[in-house]
Design a protein around this ligand. Structure first.
Ligand code: PMP
Ligand code: GLN
Length: 385
């Protein structure tokens, strides 16, 4: 071990280890059932691995083109055209990224300058604000309020200013499971019309929407699409969060700026994995079946908690279920989550972790992207509380 003599003036003085890492470690330390960090505890299909292995064996192991292998960009263009009726050019409007986290960071670095403001909605996914602050921008917080977490468009109108460079939205929304409606996109279009605000739309849960609802992709809204960077992730869609591959859609002028940063940020993304995904995603049922697959898991998990003292909030999309625990405990949510992992044997995420000021509605997030046996074992523990 060395001790550095440097005086470090941190760019991110308030940032520690992410809550997902903290809670997963706590789950491991206490051998608790881990319903905290969002990842499946089941395998992806072998045909995805076979296609990737084949690409490796065929010698596709060197640097791919900077924007991604043509096979994958073509498959993405076809999917987006089929689902959202939007024609994105595979050469100039689609870039493959090392997951959504890199896509988001790169987009922010490409467009946000020192002193710019970026509006985010709270509860806010944890990577957005550190990315904004790393490049010298300032986050401005709009609120999604408990219990239905709907945006307040009048509040947003009041928060926009000539300094607003970017607006970040996320639907289906992590952690609340809420969705933006067609009408919300109209509001956004009206509020940003005649401005130079870039819209960054995090749509990593695009295929996980329930009860017959349709995902309202910004890509399907021509006016918004023209000012937007749309982000998705194969980690969520094909049960491979550890592969870290995603993509970005944007109008060519925006994409050119994105790529200026992308090429020096990661340059390119794992070739055989891109080729494996390109082949696998050609069978559309693999992403189209996801909503029904996770809806069944949502129903199973909710039925497990029906006779518990948790009050389940609505979950319209994503693989996260929020629950109000006031009938069980008076503890603040971080302490409750610690207690739940250490004493009750189930790890969750405290939702105050998604608020910059620690705002606490006494709500925790469960991830139900798990095998039924895992959810049933957790249910048994949770019903005892
Ligand atoms: N955005 C949201 C809303 C997420 O939930 C996640 C990951 N769970 C990401 C971005 C990051 O995705 P990736 O793992 O592809 O970096
Ligand atoms: N996005 C995942 C979640 O919300 C976790 C990703 C991470 O650990 N950074 O749980």
């Amino acid at each position: 071990m060395r001790k550095s003599p440097l005086v470090i003036d941190s760019k991110l003085p308030r940032v520690g280890t992410t809550i997902f890492t903290v809670m997963s470690k706590l789950a491991a330390d206490y051998a608790a059932i881990n319903l905290s960090q969002g990842f499946p505890d089941f395998q992806a299909e072998p045909s995805l691995f076979d296609a990737t292995w084949r690409a490796m064996r065929e010698g596709r192991n060197q640097y791919p083109p900077m924007a991604g292998v043509p096979e994958l960009r073509a498959a993405i263009a076809d999917k987006v055209s089929t689902l959202y009726g939007a024609a994105y050019d595979a050469d100039s409007e689609i870039t493959v990224t090392a997951g959504a986290t890199q896509a988001i960071f790169t987009a922010i670095a490409a467009f946000v300058r020192s002193g710019d403001e970026v509006v985010v909605f709270e509860p806010v996914y944890d990577s957005y604000v550190p990315a904004i602050e790393t490049v010298g921008g300032t986050a401005v917080y709009a609120s999604l309020r408990f219990p239905d977490y709907r945006p307040d468009w009048e509040q947003l109108r009041a928060l926009l200013s000539p300094r607003t460079r970017m607006l970040i939205i996320n639907s289906p929304h992590n952690p609340t499971g809420s969705l933006l409606e067609a009408d919300d996109l109209e509001q956004l279009a009206e509020l940003t019309r005649d401005t130079d605000i870039v819209l960054l739309s995090d749509e990593v849960y695009e295929h996980i929407v329930f009860d017959g609802a349709h995902h309202q992709s910004v890509a399907a809204h021509p006016e918004l699409a023209a000012r937007s960077i749309v982000v998705s992730s194969f980690g969520k869609t094909y049960h491979i969060t550890g592969w870290k591959i995603g993509y970005v859609l944007a109008a060519a002028e925006l994409m050119a700026e994105f790529r200026k940063v992308h090429q020096f940020n990661v340059f390119t993304v794992n070739t055989p994995c891109q080729l494996g995904i390109a082949e696998y995603m050609r069978e559309a049922s693999r992403h189209l079946g996801l909503a029904a697959f996770y809806e069944a898991k949502r129903e199973f998990f909710r039925s497990q908690l029906r006779d518990s003292r948790f009050r389940l909030l609505a979950c319209r999309g994503t693989y996260f279920q929020l629950a109000d625990y006031r009938a069980i405990s008076d503890l603040p949510d971080r302490e409750f989550a610690y207690w739940l992992a250490s004493e009750a044997g189930v790890a969750v995420i405290p939702v105050s972790a998604f608020h910059h000021d620690g705002h606490d509605d006494r709500v925790v997030r469960f991830c139900f992207a798990k095998q039924e046996a895992t959810l049933a074992a957790a249910g048994e523990k949770l019903r005892r509380l």
